[in-house]
Design a protein around this ligand. Sequence first.
Ligand SMILES: Cc1cc2nc3c(=O)[nH]c(=O)nc-3n(C[C@H](O)[C@H](O)[C@H](O)COP(=O)(O)OP(=O)(O)OC[C@H]3O[C@@H](n4cnc5c(N)ncnc54)[C@H](O)[C@@H]3O)c2cc1C
Length: 384
Amino acid sequence: MAKPTYDFAIVGAGIAGSACAYYLARAGRTCLLIEADEVASGASGFSAGLITPPIGLRLQPPMRELMLAAFDLHQELPETLGNGSGSGYELRHGGSVLVATEEAAAPALRSLLDDPVPRRRGARWLDPEQVGEVCPWIDQPQAGGIYEPSAGNLDPDRLTHAFCAAAQRAGARLAIDSVVSLEESGPGFRLRGSRDEYRADQVLLAAGPWTGTLAGQLGFKDSVNPLKGQILRLRLPPPHSAVGFSCPDGSYLAPRPDGQVWIGTTEESVGFDRATTDAARDLILARARRLCARIDQGEVIAQTACLRPVSRDGIPLIGPVPGIRGAWICTGHGRTGMLLGPVSARELVNLILERETALAMAPFDPARLGAASAPSGLETGESQ
Ligand SMILES: Cc1cc2nc3c(=O)[nH]c(=O)nc-3n(C[C@H](O)[C@H](O)[C@H](O)COP(=O)(O)OP(=O)(O)OC[C@H]3O[C@@H](n4cnc5c(N)ncnc54)[C@H](O)[C@@H]3O)c2cc1C
């Protein structure tokens, strides 16, 4: 029997690919979602799942509108995806404090509240003595902080599975296979996996940090790179609180509904290595200890490592693969892919279907990194 030709082959079932499959399938397109390992086996299964309202740099163009729309979309998603009916990924708005650990840093941090957007969401300045009252995890003196009551977190693995399941309910098919080669063939594309071959009229690359290798086969080189991050999952003695904290250096503590706290993180440019290390564990604990001395009484339950997809200029890549008709890319969301993945997918699908987008998408057009060169036709040889 002849193999089906799908409208779309989507490579990668992380948050980006699963959400793209969902929006395309819901629009009536036939979709094959191809995942090398398991759904959410990349960063989408192991991130901290912080759904943090944007502030500071994240409110600067070109990210401002995307960030704001992403945060708003997350408030609707539990209902859209059927949270509480088996796929519950537990978006909780526990609130969080962005901490000034030193006095010298406090004025600059406080000035972030000059922007009315965080203030409208209820963000407010905390004087030093209020920091530990609002966030009881913090038992060491701090110079102040911004309390963000709408900050939340969710289970990233479950959110990704919820999108994938919703895509399948809308008609998408999931294939577990590693795409090793990709080429234009007649009208459309031929994808060769380690198990099977597939044909699709259009292809959408959402393979996280591995997207660069696949896009390179279409001549779009050096688009995205991996940035490793590690997290510790702990149990800590009381008092517990739903309010977490983060610091301008990128470290954070996120309380989970099951009583665990997740603390992070690192930024390591070490290629595709996903091993956990003692050095990262020590660094994460040392940073957390500056705020929460109780950290040393904690029991480390797990240490995880995963890879963020980071584009060459740090801005997400959402749009056509330059010069290749019918090839699309959705990646490069770096540290905020759980927050941004759904809205990027929604807007990319609007672009693909030539519908009006809710946001100006030109700043995210991959063409800004340069046009594609002649396709190499090389095979990756990598499983993912
Ligand atoms: C430590 C850490 C903490 C983080 N915390 C947060 C946070 O709190 N909030 C937030 O918003 N973001 C956070 N992030 C970022 C977020 O996790 C990522 O940006 C996001 O998960 C990327 O999703 P993705 O779908 O693009 O990629 P991935 O999740 O990597 O998914 C890509 C998928 O493609 C598959 N694949 C790869 N190659 C192939 C192939 N050849 N064929 C078939 N399939 C393939 C992979 O197996 C994988 O499943 C964090 C990241 C890290 C590392």
